[in-house]
Design a protein around this ligand. Structure first.
Ligand code: PRT
Ligand code: ZN
Length: 298
């Protein structure tokens, strides 16, 4: 009998596509994309990748077409609120926060216009493509405003006289600036999320979900991690241990012929800056080597 295969939905073409594919490749997945560009076959895992619009990803998991999905929290939360408003059960679960796709859903007013906090939004027209998230934000603050739901080009709505302000995604802020808008409030901090179906999967599929998640954790952990090797006077060990960023249990190795010195090897889970190396040297460290970590399995 054929092995059951997992189906994972990712964005077909957009901001999340490259980082999603890169993440999967780092998890060891090799895919072949045939003529049918909508689906790629996992060659070395029982996992196939479906390429779709990001807005369809929660639905595909919701409707059991896919077991897994990689999507922005903004899209996910909008969908969750929409389902709740319609009285439908939510049938997707977040599995992991991913370290890409960072942005925020923010309120922005025309430059030069004052903003008197959320209470000042009462009676205003706010243009957005995220009506449920905005409605939720306003409701939590007890404010009644008019939500103008658009399908795109939100940033030009105030200039066209369709709205007083906007609620849109921002990353660098240059789009807002180019449109003479000023960011004033964050409605949601967003990032990419791995979601799964709440259904119990058959054992083989379930095992591969676990393996994938474990690899994802490993990949995300090593992104910032470095392996540090150095020589240290025994007397300075406490100080040097304290200086090593995010390393709990360094390995201490005696050095042949130098009873006063040891070698210290440590995995640092935080960025190692030049300043840290300078402090280590000041504390007595020598022969300091910093190496990238390729894979890690806790
Ligand atoms: O075709 P499809 O529906 O799949 O794609 P899409 O056009 O809806 O989505 P896409 O590719 O633009 O974004 C996919 C996801 O990336 C979003 O749902 C967010 O989770 C995430 N993301 C991260 C962003 C941004 N950063 C971002 N900057 N999505 C959109 N933007 C917009 C922003 O609104 C602005 O218009 O990009 C523009 C540039 O932003 P600034 O602030 O850098 O100027
Ligand atoms: Zn979209």
């Amino acid at each position: 009998m054929d092995e059951p295969r997992l189906k994972l939905a990712i964005q077909k073409s957009g901001r999340l596509t490259d980082p999603s594919l890169e993440m999967l490749a780092r998890c060891g997945l090799k895919i072949s994309r045939g003529k049918d560009q909508l689906m790629a076959y996992g060659e070395n895992m029982p996992l196939d990748v479906l390429f779709v619009r990001d807005d369809d990803i929660p639905d595909l998991v919701q409707e059991d077409v896919c077991d897994l999905g990689l999507v922005g929290l903004n899209v996910l939360e909008e969908k969750r609120l929409e389902l709740a408003a319609r009285g439908h059960p939510v049938r997707f679960e977040p599995l992991r926060t991913l370290d890409f796709g960072r942005c925020r859903l923010s309120l922005a007013v025309p430059q030069g216009q004052a903003f008197a906090g959320p209470a000042g939004l009462a009676g205003k027209r706010i243009a957005t493509t995220y009506p449920y998230l905005l409605e939720n934000y306003l409701r939590e603050r007890g404010v009644t405003a008019e939500i103008v739901t658009l399908s795109g080009a939100v940033e030009i709505a105030p200039r066209l006289g369709r709205a007083d302000l906007i609620c849109d995604l921002v990353s660098t802020g240059s789009t807002l600036q180019a449109n003479h808008l000023r960011e004033v409030e964050t409605v949601l901090e967003s990032h990419a999320v791995l979601i799964r179906t709440p259904l119990t999967l058959p054992p083989l599929k379930s095992e591969w979900v676990e393996r994938l998640v474990m690899r994802l954790d490993g990949v995300q952990q090593v992104r910032e991690s470095k392996y540090i090797m150095l020589h240290a006077p025994r007397a300075a060990l406490d100080e040097i241990r304290r200086l090593l960023p995010g390393s709990e249990f360094p390995t201490i190795i005696p050095l042949e012929g130098s009873p006063d010195k040891v070698a210290v090897h440590a995995v640092c889970r935080e960025t190692v800056f030049w300043e840290t190396l300078e402090r280590l040297k000041k504390a007595g460290a020598s022969a300091v080597l910093v190496l990238p970590v390729e894979k890690m399995l806790a």
